[in-house]
Ligand binder design. Structure first.
Ligand code: G3P
Length: 218
């Protein structure tokens, strides 16, 4: 499973790149707004740091506007993927962009029917938002499982990006289902590395080593 970082924060991206675990980045208007900087220069900086796919979202409400926004965004780098909201106009834009060879990530997907339509429209990626489904007492991972089965039934090449991941269990469940990608906030990436028994083990090894060194000095 590929791991994308769900952030527009340069420090987080630099740390993840150093770890060598990051296959791509997903941004959205809220994440860019959180950084408070000019969004295009922020995206340029991300393109400089990351080789894999970087999602940049359009904010227009109509297909013409989405395509108009997407074209210059796609020119920021060969790895830019245009994030398009799941809606009627979004699906029209996805088909037009696919025709121009511009890859898209259909975002704000909350059902398997939406994912199927996005794949048929020619989306390169679909992003089911598991955390937000769970927030309203749904089962986000169940939807991901359905999408995976549907894409498998019809051999769609559209990749599933599990998004709105809130905790390590979402990440593990994504991998068990066989989702292509999980996009994780940096805080979740940190948690994935940790285990209390690992910390306890490192501490015990270190104490025993010091004990040995002290006894050898005597
Ligand atoms: O890529 C955007 C998505 O991951 C949103 O996450 O936590 O705002 O639901 P969240």
């Amino acid at each position: 499973m590929k791991i994308f970082l769900d952030t527009a924060n340069i420090q987080e991206i630099k740390r993840a790149v150093e770890l060598g675990l990051i296959d791509g980045v997903t941004t959205n208007p809220s994440l860019l707004s959180k950084e408070g900087k000019e969004p295009v220069s922020q995206l340029r900086e991300i393109v400089r740091l990351v080789k894999g796919p970087i999602s940049a979202e359009v904010v227009s409400m109509d297909a013409d506007g989405m395509v108009k926004e997407a074209v210059p965004l796609a020119k920021l780098g060969k790895n830019i993927v245009i994030k398009v909201p799941m809606c009627e106009q979004g699906l029209i834009a996805v088909r037009r962009l696919a025709g121009r060879g511009i890859r898209t990530n259909v975002t704000l997907v909350f059902s398997s029917s939406q994912a199927l339509l996005a794949a048929k429209a020619g989306a390169s990626y679909v992003s089911p938002f598991v955390g937000r489904i769970d927030d309203i007492s749904g089962d986000g991972m169940e939807i991901v499982g359905e999408i995976a089965a549907i894409f498998n039934n019809y051999l769609f090449r559209t990749e599933i990006i599990v998004a709105s991941i809130r905790h390590p269990l979402h990440f593990v469940q994504s991998a068990v289902i066989g989702a292509h990608i999980a996009t994780v906030p940096f805080s979740v990436l940190e948690k994935l590395m940790k285990h209390p028994l690992t910390d306890r083990g490192i501490d015990a090894f270190s104490k025993d080593w010091e004990k040995l060194k002290r006894s050898l000095k005597k």
